[in-house]
Design a protein around this ligand. Sequence first.
Ligand SMILES: Cc1ncc(COP(=O)(O)O)c(C=O)c1O
Length: 360
Amino acid sequence: MIHVTKTYLPERESLQKYIDQIYASGWLTNNGALVQQLENELKEFLNVEYLILTVNGTCALQLAYKLLGLKGEIITTPFTFVATVSSLVWEGLDPVFADIDENTLNMDPANIGEKISDKTTAILPVHVFGNPCDVQTIQQIAGNHGLKVVYDAAHAFDVHLGSRNISEFGDIAAYSFHSTKIFHTIEGGAVVVRSKELYDKALLMRNFGIPGYDRITELGVNFKMNEFQAAMGLGVLHDYRQIAERRKQVSIHYTNAFISQKNLKLQHIPENVQHNYAYFPVIFSDETKLLLTKEKLNEQGIYPRRYFYPSLNELPYLKGKKQHTPVAESISRRILCLPLYYDLETAVQNKIVDIVNKYA
Ligand SMILES: Cc1ncc(COP(=O)(O)O)c(C=O)c1O
């Protein structure tokens, strides 16, 4: 079976040295040596000063909201994985949806202004499928209204905008390192913050508010990553450049195959972006064509995913008046992410291309 992605597993021997280290120390969690090593390597890789690993990406978002003391309404996108929105609701925050741009698939900054109320405390954009948001305009809007900006960077590992890593934008960038992601720690995540003060606070909040023996100084819960997760992360990080290069080739092959297909639209990635080739979404002209194509692919054992469907303004647990975001609703019904991973065989990819081109 061919799924939308396939988790990268490093060679066993390369993991073995980390596992041996865990056995030698007997230390499995609580800010262990491997977690610290991975944090240091990621800081260098992402060119940031303060990064804290967490047990998963959803907890990274929750930690970000708590660190910034967010309250009331948060302006976000309805076109994202459900965790962006469910984490807000879980933390007692109210998501207010700004519709997306139909080309970039990111929140359209032109729609943010009308959503700001006296209850708004932050903007939570997502770099959808690794495509950077319009960070400058968003920062300007946030600055004018005294709002915080948290980027959900779950898809945007190793993405650059001009010469800058995408982690460098916003008050906080939150990552997911779930095993479906291009860089993963089995389950995992991280927050990137901008000051020593927030960094120290995050360390405490991640660990029950406990700074050391017999002291509790802050409200905290348990968001800690364990040593086995970090071992996987170190193994994957060391192979990352190879994985990225291979994904790029697979992605270029799709782009070339669909470039002249008039019935399909591809996500617009601006030219000054160094992309990470994390996903390959294709947008059909209508939902019927998408469903037929999906059925034909499924018949061949190929399972693309409807990322992201349904549009999250339609979630059943949202309170208040129903919010409408027509662009996101329309795109959600018509978008399919095709299989993309480091060792996707060209023959299989060609089969996918043929079916998509035939039924689009
Ligand atoms: C955009 C987005 N935000 C948040 C998450 C949540 O991350 P995790 O699964 O690591 O909790 C994911 C992925 O799963 C995601 O794709």
